[in-house]
Ligand binder design. Sequence first.
Ligand code: F0G
Length: 377
Amino acid sequence: MQNHYSGLINRYRERLPVSDKTPVISLCEGDTPLIKLANLPAETPNGADISMYVKFEGLNPTASFKDRGMTMAVSKAAEEGAKAIVCASTGNTSAAAAAYAARAGMTAFVLIPEGKIAMGKLAQAMMYGAVVIQIRGNFDDGMELVKRVAKEAPVAIVNSINPFRLQGQKTAAFEITEALGRAPDYHCIPVGNAGNISGYWIGFSEMCGHNTESCTLCNGQCPFLADPKVTTRPRMVGYQAAGAAPFMRNGKVENPETVATAIRIGNPQSFDLAKAAVDESGGWFDELTDEEILAMQKRLANREGIFCEPASAVSVAGALRDIENGKIAPGSVVTCTVTGHGLKDPDVAIAQCQEPVVTIDANLEAVKQAILGNLPG
Ligand code: F0G
């Protein structure tokens, strides 16, 4: 099949640090849809003439954006002869690491905070055959342990401190720019460990021929920087959960807490890269309460048909609030990363659907009554 899409490494090979010797470990990740919102902008004060798009990363093979970085990290680990990989995770990284390790014939060790990861993510890590290590601590504790254990055991770290992760994740910015035929004016994104925002900044920058501080690999030597595709970069806007918002507190948060467990992180490893990206782009950070996050998770599902996990709704919630208050200028093109699928976290979703499910006898009259009683007025 000549035109068969075979994943982002093959798609963007000339813009990634791979060679003919790199075994490509891929699940056809990337190439996710950029969905134009049909209802929410018009329902928002000052939003009528905003073009707003969602990059739905929940449609990757393990249902989050992590697959982009993981295809790179695991392919490079395989190239270097690694037999095992390790990560700390709030859930999605562990799912992606487990899947790509399975494909590569490696063992994945995943450290997760006990009781604080969504059930779908735990199911994934277990099904893909990872060695799941629950710790009595949070993500930040897990991250410190991973950094230390990798010095004492033969395991490759696949958290986003691995620079190949950001290289994979930058491809989402390529796809957005190609789909729009231009860079957005603002790119809005949830921030936890702060790798993804840093990866996007590399990607948007490379698209217009700029090197960034975030790109620790090429030092401005990449030949494709001389062949810019567009002339502008977006303002990068990073949104956090209020109980886990180290960028708003300007430093570590000791006991991060939020319903959006994916971003329950107090000590982001890519703090400096993300801050540089936001500063350099003229963007900003902001925070959202758990109530705002859950309300937007539900609105995205029932007004736009996009079911994402709580952490992913943060970008859209923040963007719409900043459209309303005028921080995002009228007439702008706004893109939002929606990082993970709603099916990852069914417990939180069901808990916020208060209306009881109608239960009736299996006969025509009862079904008819259930329909007639619920038709729109
Ligand atoms: N959204 C989701 C659904 C995530 O899983 C994460 C991070 C983020 C946003 C934040 O991205 O860390 O690059 O700033 N999840 C990691 C994990 C920490 O372990 O799955 P970031």
